[in-house]
Design a protein around this ligand. Structure first.
Ligand code: SF4
Length: 152
């Protein structure tokens, strides 16, 4: 058996409350028992095993305090990194500083262009509709693969 990708569930915390969430994540979720050092060790081991791809997922992976550091470490180790995100609280600077790094791609879920429908799925209309702010997403042309449509 060949392992081609390792998925790291960095956190169980997420601003949304999708009824279908495979990880039962939500605002009350925690970052769990894994420390940042533990995750760094997993990334090193993944690279040592010559596994080419790693995914950061959760919960909202970008909400983990060590997310920027862990992403940079994975990129420096030569791993392709896919980040699953709901894109609600992405810092503007991350688009250039993190998401443009070599081998980094983003995946998200898009349920509907009808706000009430989206809200029914995610339980988060108010968060989505807060409008532009310092952490709001910007339109992007990065990888836009659906975020585990059957389970997340
Ligand atoms: S499916 Fe994704 S966006 Fe929805 S609660 Fe779970 S982690 Fe958050």
């Amino acid at each position: 058996m060949t392992i081609t990708v390792v998925e790291l569930e960095l956190t169980g915390r997420c601003a949304l409350r999708c009824a279908h969430c495979y990880a039962s994540s939500g605002p009350r979720g925690s970052h769990g028992s894994m420390t940042a050092t533990d995750w760094a060790d997993v990334i090193s081991a993944t690279a040592d095993m010559r596994i080419s791809q790693i995914q950061f997922i959760g919960g909202e992976a970008t909400g983990h305090p060590a997310f920027p550091v862990l992403l940079r470490q994975a990129v420096a180790a030569g791993l392709a990194v896919e980040i699953f995100s709901n894109l609600l609280h992405i810092r503007r600077t991350w688009w250039d500083e993190l998401f443009s790094l070599p081998g980094v791609s983003l995946a998200t879920s898009y349920y509907s262009d009808d706000a009430p429908t989206h809200d029914r799925v995610t339980g988060g209309l108010r968060a989505v509709m807060r409008g532009p702010g310092p952490t709001s997403p910007r339109p992007y042309a990065a990888t836009s693969r659906s975020e585990r449509p059957s389970s997340r």
